[in-house]
Design a binder for this molecule. Structure first.
Ligand SMILES: [Mn+2]
Length: 414
């Protein structure tokens, strides 16, 4: 069996509120189509996050339809298996499954419910795609641990797999030992499951959700090799189709996986994705900008030289930017027709200036019990130079009296 494994397409994504990525997706899918033509895989699998949002617009859906029909036509013998990720609407994706099946595209959107194992109606069939080349267990994004469900489907297959065909399982989740470089810290905290909880009986666990390509339990350095051979039973993240941030300094790939039979070794070949637009940090000398002018100059220089790409700025923490700095940047970028794209989330370098006295530490209970703001202000007064406590005390007193007066007036009104 030869399969192409990809995930996290995020079709329809826009970055930094401004920039559509359709041309970047087109660029990616042209490469994918080329690999399908060249390598004639038996199967192409997409392990979740097909779309970026739950309710993509008509243009985005049309793009998905056109793209997947084109890819399918590039290798008409190929099957495609697609599952829903956490970004997808499970039911919306599932709704079109019957139609797609007519051209050998198998879509599983809706996840098994927690109590499904009590049923004895062959529910396992809903998640199994039987192909001449092997078995596919198509699990979409599931919340919480589903060990019993997973193992039940794998056992179901092992009972009938007397030909020892390869077994591939799909999943969309963050597993505990994965390298989450490029993600916000949140994803790490959501990772509550171990690879052991994914059961036994698969040759290849085709994962999505984490954007960095990697084989769990094997060095991340493996990704620098064009091919690797692993023992049966590996779990692998294909990685996302497109870069989504400057923190992803690693190459993105599509995995071409070859397995001759159940239990045999798994060969992974990494097909390097060429990105239409790259991500940069400016200034390009690696140092933080020491002024707004320097930052703007770096942008101008970059735009003239590169003519295409995303960037974010690296600025010294002590620099104060003018309030309309972002507008300056967007004006500067106008002539480049959205080819030069600004990520306004600046990387601030250097420590914030330390206050001379240590900040007082308040207990939560202490704060909750505080009914006079002056207590708090008096305790923290050292942090505000030139603050007149006397003036503030009088001001608060005035406000208090005013409120008291208003309340009295309210009560005396009929
Ligand atoms: Mn995801």
């Amino acid at each position: 069996m030869r399969l192409l494994h990809t995930a996290d397409l995020h079709i329809g994504q826009t970055l930094y509120q401004n920039y559509g990525r359709t041309d970047e997706h087109e660029h990616f899918f042209r490469q994918l189509e080329g690999w399908c033509r060249q390598y004639h895989p038996d199967v192409l699998i997409v392990s979740g996050d097909v779309f970026d949002i739950q309710q993509p617009g008509a243009a985005v859906k049309e793009f998905f339809n056109r793209t997947f029909v084109t890819i399918r036509n590039s290798c008409p013998t190929m099957h495609i298996v697609v599952t829903a990720g956490n970004h997808d609407s499970a039911s919306r994706l599932q709704a079109d499954a019957e139609v797609w099946k007519c051209i050998n595209v198998h879509i599983v959107g809706i996840a098994p419910t927690a109590d499904i194992t009590t049923a004895d109606d062959g529910w396992q069939e809903r998640f199994i795609v039987r192909l001449p080349s092997g078995y596919f267990v198509a699990f979409p994004y599931m919340t919480g641990s589903r060990s019993d469900i997973i193992q039940s489907v794998l056992d179901y297959i092992s009972r009938e797999n007397s030909d020892r065909k390869p077994v591939v399982m799909m999943g969309h989740l963050a597993l505990r030992s994965a390298d989450t470089t490029g993600h916000s810290s949140e994803i790490g905290r959501l990772a509550t499951q171990t690879v052991e909880e994914m059961g036994t009986g698969f040759d290849y666990l085709a994962l999505g959700h984490i954007h960095r390509p990697q084989t769990l339990g094997h060095p991340i350095g493996d990704e620098n090799n064009e091919t690797s051979t692993y023992p049966s039973g590996i779990a692998r993240y294909a990685g996302s189709a497109l870069h989504v941030s400057c923190d992803e300094k690693y190459p993105h790939t599509v995995s071409m996986v070859e397995i001759s039979s159940h239990g045999a070794e798994v060969r992974v070949q990494r097909l390097r994705i060429n990105e239409l637009r790259h991500f940069y940090e400016l200034p390009k000398n690696g140092q933080p900008a020491e002024s707004a002018e320097e930052a703007l100059h770096a942008i101008h220089e970059f735009a003239e030289e590169r003519r295409s790409g995303y960037f974010r700025l690296r600025i010294r923490y002590s620099v104060t930017l003018p309030v309309d700095f972002d507008q300056h940047v967007y004006r500067l970028l106008e002539p480049y027709n959205e080819e030069i794209r600004y990520n306004p989330k600046t990387l601030w370098v250097g420590e914030p200036a330390e206050t001379e006295t240590e900040k007082p530490v308040f207990e939560v209970a202490e704060l909750q019990a505080m009914d006079d703001p002056m207590i708090f202000i008096e305790k923290t007064a050292e942090q505000y130079s030139g603050l007149s406590l006397e003036e503030l005390r009088n001001a608060f007193q005035e406000v208090k009296e005013e409120i008291h007066k208003m309340e009295e007036e309210k009560q005396t009104k009929p």
